[in-house]
Write a protein that binds this ligand. Sequence first.
Ligand SMILES: *Cc1c(COP(=O)(O)O)cnc(C)c1O
Length: 465
Amino acid sequence: MNWDDYAHWGKHIAQWGADYHATLGDRPVRAQSRPGKVAAQLPAAPPDQGEDMADILTDFETIVMPGMTHWQHPRFFAYFPANAAPPSMLAEMLVNTVAAQCMLWQTSPAATEVEGVMIDWLRQALDLPKGFTGVIQDSASSATLSAVLTMRERATGFTGNKDGLSSKGQLRVYCSDQVHASIDRACWVAGIGQVNLVKIPGTGPLHGMDAEALDAAIRSDIAEGHIPAGIVAISGGTGVGACDTLGPILRVAKAHDLYTHLDAAWAGSAMICPEFRAALWADVEGFDSIVFNPHKWLGVQFDCSVQFLRDATAQQNTLKIEPEYLKTSGETVTNYSELTIPLGRRFRALKLWFVLRSYGLDGLRIRIRNHVAWAGELCEALRGLEGFEIVTEPILSLFSFRCPGDDAAQQRLVDAINDDGRIYLTQGAFRGRKIIRVQVGQFDTTRDDVMMAHQVIREVWEQVR
Ligand SMILES: *Cc1c(COP(=O)(O)O)cnc(C)c1O
């Protein structure tokens, strides 16, 4: 393909994207595909001769698209959102075109410097104090792994990387039982081990961990000769939106000199609104590390996960490695790959710049406030359905419910709703029971879209009951 063809097809695809979004609401949200159906339509071996882009795109429409779940659909209420606002998509086109590796300042100074400024814009948007810096990671999972590795290194006097862990005793990490599985996985990968991730039960209306129980667990571990390394708190757990009360946890961390990481992957975006910050984020500035995903709720498409660091030195001392081929001249510059596990880095800050400028913080706040308000309205409507139970009240824009019947009845209803296709919901578990989760957060969703969920749930329930 030559660059004139590229321009031709590029225009074609931009138009396709606009048309796709214009008609997205008419498609079933979850792919209505059976396992193996897409693969069966692809040739088993690669072609020896090149093919025309027109043919490739035709197959994309007929083979691939029917097997896609539409995450940008206005009635996507499953999991958490993965929004891709149009300015973000345009920025990604530019990033893809220049296709730079942004691992060091000198491998693209602009990428590093825009990243630094975007982290600081977001620091201000979230009202974190001056002095917090950070890094843009591919995912919250990577940020959490970086933080857990930092806990490990700090607790071993920065000798774990060098010596390995076999002589280091049992390092312990603490969190609530409401955290995302990425915390477990970080502990696996960091060599800490599942048995050394101590989970404190979530309690109260926000399902947060009790600071006294946390303190007791740490004291008992110390008495047994274990080595507490750090605490991972959560703002907006994946199951039901659990939020730890941060201040008391930070006081426990301070008393035991533990490194602290806050996973706010989903809920962090809402903290651009002062009222949610006041309700859920008091004392957040005490954390050593905070991660949130603009690639969930802020309209900046995957991947873009921002990790704030109160002092980047500990993470740098954990992850920085400088072979000869990565050495740069003496100028003091930031090399962001010193704070991440992968070396290679995409220019992720550009889409943040485009989105923040296009909408302004107010344009983003309006969306998030609407989502929270509409989720509350939908919750009240479902509460009114006979026999339905609201299991967890809305935390921001997430709540959960059950229809009458046992766990199997919940799954039957979820499956039937998703086969119907007008909306998409997923199940979860809470205190040993199956729940049906609802989250509102798609960038273009309207109040009508959200309230349609009430109608669909009622109609489908009538069919499957
Ligand atoms: C989505 C989510 C994650 C994982 O995010 P990735 O960026 O996909 O790794 C972690 N924690 C919470 C609370 C989440 O909602």
